[in-house]
Design a binder for this molecule. Structure first.
Ligand code: NAD
Ligand code: WQD
Length: 339
């Protein structure tokens, strides 16, 4: 069973490739390496013992995408991770985000239709909920006006999928990730932020290893128990496992609708200070941090209601916050020693 993983050398993609391989899938990766590196293909092979096929090109290029699918018309499914994901950058360069994230999706859907490839798993995000009116947030919660062009690309992508499945013979599952963190237990793959990290956990590990001087905690005056903002952090390997479950659901024709949506979260909300405390506990390091003003555009608190994923997908996140922060720290140390 052959699966295309777009963005397969990226953070979540690389972990998913390993899980797919461990469950007997043959994997083809397409990535243009705009936010990842070619050695990750070897790192994946190191972990799994199997080197995935890797093709480097831009999925926003319609001709190259169409030619690729003609060569690989025996695919059983596509997991589409490839996208730009930096919220702040999307505000600066909205058209770059709309072009990359939407054109690549449309190229893939057209090429799938032309080659009778029916199954697509799409990377969506909890960002589509904005600040939900009710917590925990379920898949039925209203989609809020997007806070950024990046968030809007996820909302529009879901709309594109909903419309496409009505006329094409395509099934799609949109997985709405909450906050993926952590790394593979071998520490051979993990998150590789370009430049100064925007996200909390890479900033914590880079500060602890001495690359950054101090972590800024954005706001301690939120309406939360310790005043810092709350998120549903999820281990990247739990997330990767959910993709294998979703792909199998499609191949085994167990979908209830041609377009389905699932939350991928643990159902637990942790504050920024909870994450820092967990990191300090598992690493034995004292983190240099200070409280600063809120970051513009941040929501106060969000965590998932994962009941529908438990019941209908048969998937549940297993790894706790300490396992997440410990694996992120192990990866940071391994990566810095290697380079
Ligand atoms: P990532 O940047 O590590 O991986 C994305 C990969 O796609 C990169 O390797 C990049 O080189 C590649 N890529 C981008 N545009 C491409 C194109 N046009 N053609 C070919 N390759 C291209 O990001 P990630 O954290 O692994 O995220 C994967 C997906 O999950 C993205 O769609 C992202 O929006 C979504 N998502 C991520 C998070 C998160 O916090 N990491 C949360 C919710 C949703
Ligand atoms: C987590 C918490 C920050 C950095 C982003 C995207 C979202 C999704 C996941 C893709 C917040 C605080 C952070 C720092 C801090 N991605 N923080 N100091 O903002 O929940 O979500 O990634 O779809 O769309 O917006 O994640 O890791 O940036 O922040 O205090 O240096 O940590 O304020 O409360 P976020 P994050």
């Amino acid at each position: 069973m052959k699966i295309l993983v777009t963005g397969g050398t990226g953070y979540i993609g690389s972990h998913t490739v390993v899980e797919l391989q461990s469950q007997g899938f043959e994997v083809v990766i397409v990535d243009n390496l705009s936010n990842s590196q070619a050695w990750i293909v070897d790192a994946i092979a190191d972990i799994s013992g199997k080197k995935p096929v890797f093709e480097q090109f831009d999925l926003a290029d319609q001709k190259l995408t169409s030619e690729f699918f003609k060569r690989h018309n025996d695919l059983q499914g596509v997991i589409h991770f490839a996208a730009y994901k930096a919220v702040g950058e999307s505000v600066e360069k909205p058209l770059m985000y709309y072009r990359n994230n939407l054109v690549s999706l449309m190229n893939i859907l057209e090429a799938m239709t032309e080659n009778q490839i029916e199954n697509l798993v799409f990377s969506s995000s909890c960002t589509v909920y904005g600040q939900p009116d009710e917590l925990p947030v379920s898949e039925k919660a209203p989609i809020k006006l997007a806070e950024s062009p990046y968030g809007n690309t996820k909302q529009i992508s879901e709309e594109i999928l909903k419309d496409t499945i009505k006329s094409a013979k395509i099934n799609a599952i949109a997985l709405r990730y909450f906050n993926p963190i952590g790394a593979h237990q071998t520490a051979k793959i993990g998150e590789l932020p370009l430049g100064v990290p925007n996200n909390l956990v890479p900033f914590i590990t880079q500060t602890a290893i001495g690359l950054r001087q101090q972590l800024s905690v954005f706001g301690d005056d939120y309406n939360t128990p310790d005043g810092t903002a709350i998120r549903d952090y999820i281990h990247v390997v739990d997330l990767a496992e959910a993709h294998v479950v979703a792909v199998k659901r499609m191949i085994e024709k167990q979908m209830k609708n041609a377009f389905e949506v699932f939350n991928l979260g643990t159902g637990n909300g942790y504050s920024v200070l909870d994450v820092i405390k967990s990191f300090e506990k598992v690493s034995g390091e004292k983190l240099n941090y200070k409280i600063v003003d809120r970051r513009a555009g941040d929501v106060e608190k969000v965590w998932a209601n994962p009941e529908w994923s438990h019941k209908e997908l048969g998937w549940k996140a297993k790894r706790n916050l300490d396992e997440m922060t410990a694996s992120a720290w192990k990866w940071e140390q391994y990566y810095r020693n290697k380079n």
